[in-house]
Structures are given as structure tokens and as C-alpha cells.
Ligand binder design. Structure first.
Ligand SMILES: NC(=O)c1ccc[n+]([C@@H]2O[C@H](COP(=O)([O-])OP(=O)(O)OC[C@H]3O[C@@H](n4cnc5c(N)ncnc54)[C@H](OP(=O)(O)O)[C@@H]3O)[C@@H](O)[C@H]2O)c1
Length: 265
């Protein structure tokens, strides 16, 4: 893994990378992806992968677009997070399991008073989830189910029985992204990581709560009609007009894959 941007010694608007960094170790990589210094305010980062021509999936999942290095970044971003938000369709299609505790980060997380592994928070309206799956029954840090106030009581009861914590974050059947961030933050989750998919991520970006996008650009062309990494409402910029601008914080590279990190301008 090598750093392409900023080059050694050159600042970004957010500071500059250390002169000596070891991107080859999980802890060194984690330093390159540190959340802003802890504040009471929540910070929402998204991590997504896209093909060179912008597809967010190939053959039904994101896996064909990924690489060993992408999975290392994915793991490090998880290790840094308090909670991982994910849409129910991604959970169903990718067979989501609980995030695992990583030995490399155990001491740091314990010193910060955080559980060994981040919680997974599933966004769903229909609660059409397999509550007998390990995501619910084997989670060391209980999985959260984020839904709206209109969710059927019997499905909420099934989620709770399976060990999930239900978080109501919307007045109707859906989750309001602003309220979701507020509810998670009220539970002590301030380092938020969004893993998609495109339909839920678009709603969070459009609601103005996305602080950072970590986008892996895969050197693969897929063609076809797959969605982009956001598939939903337009994202307003300043004064509610035009697209929202993000600025690059860093770009790393390995094996032709670019690991970009952009923050809201
Ligand atoms: N390229 C990448 O980095 C990446 C990352 C993640 C996923 N993916 C891929 O993306 C695909 C899935 O993405 P997707 O966009 O179709 O689905 P998604 O965003 O993962 O999930 C959509 C589901 O989320 C729930 N949902 C959406 N809006 C909601 C709201 N406001 N409140 C509550 N629940 C809400 C609904 O679940 P219910 O149906 O249960 O109500 C909806 O069906 C998969 O193929 C996956 O592999 C790619």
C-alpha cells in the first residue's frame, strides 16, 4: 500500500500525514483513517467500493469489485467504528454476520471503554430479516434494528427476542437519517460507519449527515446497469442547490485499487 495523496510533507486542509507511516500494518493503516478527535458530536463516514465505470455491484454483490487491500481497509474502518449502519437488502444479499473483535485493536478499544467489536445497525422497514441468523443470535455486541414507529409490533418483538436492540428512528414506517444519527449518538455511538447499500446511503447523504466518504475505486470495468454507490434522492449542496462538494483527504493505492478518502467541504 502506498500513499499517492497528499505527497509526503504536503498538507491537506485537515493537516498532513506523518513523515513515517506504515500502511502495511492494521494499526498503521488505522492511523491513516483516524476519526477526527473525539467530540460529543457524531461523525458519519461511509465506506463503499465502485468499479472504474461506477458500478456498486457485480453479479449481485460488491464482492467481485473488492480486493485483499480493500478488505484490509474495510476491516480497519470497522475496528475504528462504534457502530456500522447497513441496509437490510445488503444484509440479506451479502449474508451479514456480526463484526468480529480484532486482537490488534482490543487494547485500544478497551482503554476507550468501547466494546471489543462495533455493533451492526440494520435499517429496515419491513423487518423481513432472519432473526435466527448469527447476526442476531451470536453478536458479541448486540445488533441494532433501526426502523420507524409504524413497524409491526410482532416483528419488533421477534427482533428483541433474538437479542437485537430495536431503535425507533422515524415517525412512519421508515428511518429518518437525521434522527437515526441522533438516536445512535444518544446511545454513545459517535463514530459511525455506513456500509451502504446504495439506497440507504443516498438517503443519508441527501439528508446532509454524511461527513466523509471512503471510496475504493476498483480497476475493473463492469458495464451493465448496476446502481452507483448512491441510488436515491439528489444530494443538495450549499443553499439547497447543486451537488454537494467534498474535498480529498487522502488517496492510497495497492495493486491498481485506489483508496480515496473525501470529507464534506
Ligand atoms: N459497492 C459497495 O460498496 C456496496 C456496499 C453495500 C452494498 N452493496 C450492494 O448493494 C446491494 C444492495 O443495495 P440496495 O441499495 O439494493 O439496498 P440497501 O440500501 O442495502 O437496503 C435497502 C433496504 O433498506 C431498508 N431501507 C431503505 N430505506 C429505509 C428507510 N428510510 N428506513 C428504514 N429502512 C430502509 C429497506 O429494507 P426492508 O426491505 O427490510 O424494509 C430496503 O429494502 C447489494 O447487491 C450489495 O451487495 C454494495
Amino acid at each position: 500500500m502506498q500513499r499517492l495523496y497528499p505527497p509526503s510533507g504536503q498538507d491537506t486542509y485537515d493537516g498532513h500525514p506523518p513523515e513515517a507511516e506504515d500502511l502495511g500494518t492494521p494499526v498503521g493503516l488505522a492511523a491513516a483513517y483516524a476519526y477526527p478527535p473525539r467530540a460529543a458530536d457524531p461523525y458519519l463516514r461511509a465506506n463503499m467500493v465502485a468499479s472504474l465505470d461506477g458500478a456498486a455491484l457485480a453479479d449481485g454483490t460488491s464482492a467481485p469489485l473488492s480486493s485483499d487491500a480493500d478488505m484490509r481497509v474495510f476491516g480497519v474502518l470497522r475496528a475504528l467504528a462504534d457502530v456500522i449502519l447497513v441496509g437490510a437488502e445488503t444484509v440479506r444479499r451479502e449474508g451479514y454476520r456480526p463484526a468480529r473483535a480484532r486482537a490488534d485493536f482490543a487494547a485500544r478499544r478497551a482503554a476507550e471503554g468501547r466494546p471489543p467489536a462495533p455493533a451492526i445497525a440494520v435499517l429496515t422497514r419491513r423487518l423481513d430479516l432472519d432473526f435466527t441468523a448469527p447476526l442476531f443470535t451470536r453478536a458479541q455486541t448486540p445488533t441494532l434494528v433501526l426502523t420507524g414507529a409504524a413497524a409491526p409490533a410482532k416483528d419488533l418483538a421477534a427482533a428483541r427476542e433474538a437479542g437485537a436492540e430495536v431503535v425507533i428512528a422515524g415517525v412512519g414506517d421508515g428511518v429518518d437519517p437525521v434522527r437515526a444519527v441522533r438516536e445512535l449518538s444518544a446511545r454513545g455511538h459517535v463514530r459511525l460507519l455506513h456500509e451502504g447499500g446504495p439506497r440507504v446511503l443516498a438517503q443519508f447523504a441527501a439528508a446532509g449527515v454524511l461527513d466523509e466518504l471512503c471510496l475504493t475505486v476498483s480497476p475493473l470495468l463492469t458495464g451493465g446497469d448496476a446502481p452507483r454507490i448512491m441510488n436515491g434522492p439528489a444530494v443538495p449542496g450549499p443553499d439547497a442547490a447543486g451537488p454537494a462538494r467534498f474535498v480529498p483527504l487522502s488517496i492510497l493505492e495497492e495493486d491498481g485499487y485506489l483508496f480515496t478518502r473525501y470529507v464534506r467541504a
